[in-house]
Design a protein around this ligand. Sequence first.
Ligand code: GDP
Ligand code: CA
Length: 315
Amino acid sequence: MLVALCGGVGAARMLSGLVRVKAPEDITAIVNVGDDTVLHGLHISPDLDTVTYTLAGMDNRETGWGVVGESWTVMEELARLGGEDWFRLGDRDLATHLFRTGRLRGGEPLSAVTAELSRRRGIAVRLLPVTDDPLRTRVTLAEASPLGPAGTEVGFQDYFVRLRHDVAVSGIRFEGAAAARPSAGVLESLELADAIVVCPSNPVVSIGPVLAVPGVRDALVARRERVVAVSPIIAGAALKGPADRLLTELGAEASVVGVARLYAPWAGTLVVDTADAGRAGEVEAEGVRCIVAPTVMSSPERAADLARVVVDAAV
Ligand code: GDP
Ligand code: CA
């Protein structure tokens, strides 16, 4: 059995490769919920949805989020009404949020709703939100923005979508983390896994919240030699999104060496891109085995090639 720790897009790509080299039934994906938010009364789980849509083959490759062939009737009408439309929700996507919200209101935990949604989408990978409890990433802004003066704390989607992560950050916290319990199967699967893959996801706001759930980090430390992480930072930059900026702003180094330093306590191996081959020695000096391979998953085939490297590294 293989376990993958997941954020959004980078993780979805990694999983699309892993299912080509391992039986999907033998893969458990533990997914970040720190990005979750409530809009228009609807519970939105962006990372779970990115992973689900990608594994179901219905992801929108042009936008990098949402559903392929999407229509926008509801959003357009909402805009006409003067409703909040900064977070775009397509018509097909809305069905997911309606379904999820209805079930949650009925008392089901997020993990049960997630399992139901992935079953209906024909997904064999076991998808687990890291917790069923409320866990929300909160971002303190280092400068003034339309949302307030420097020092204002905002929700993750306010930072990421509303402000287009185009504002400096001075702090991150995971509200609710201390009281959150891992959802059923999380700790058990980490204990039993032959390999634990840390997908190339944002170390601060995707992997960070997963590790903040009590028990998860210790479970990784205990299995450190089986933990293989893929660096989301290539040649000092994120492929997309604010991972590089956030690392720098929060005092880490935006490089494979910085990632190795952060992950060293609980990851035995780091896979870095061929562009970073020259820094393998510095990664190993952090106490982490370094494997150099092409890591840009521009197609499912390339993702499968990387998945082979990762799986071989763990056993
Ligand atoms: P989200 O999609 O916004 O939830 O963000 P993620 O947590 O998935 O993190 C995005 C990170 O994944 C960025 O730092 C990207 O550089 C990285 N990423 C996305 N695709 C790839 C890829 O194909 N290879 C590698 N190495 N990193 C990737
Ligand atoms: Ca995300």
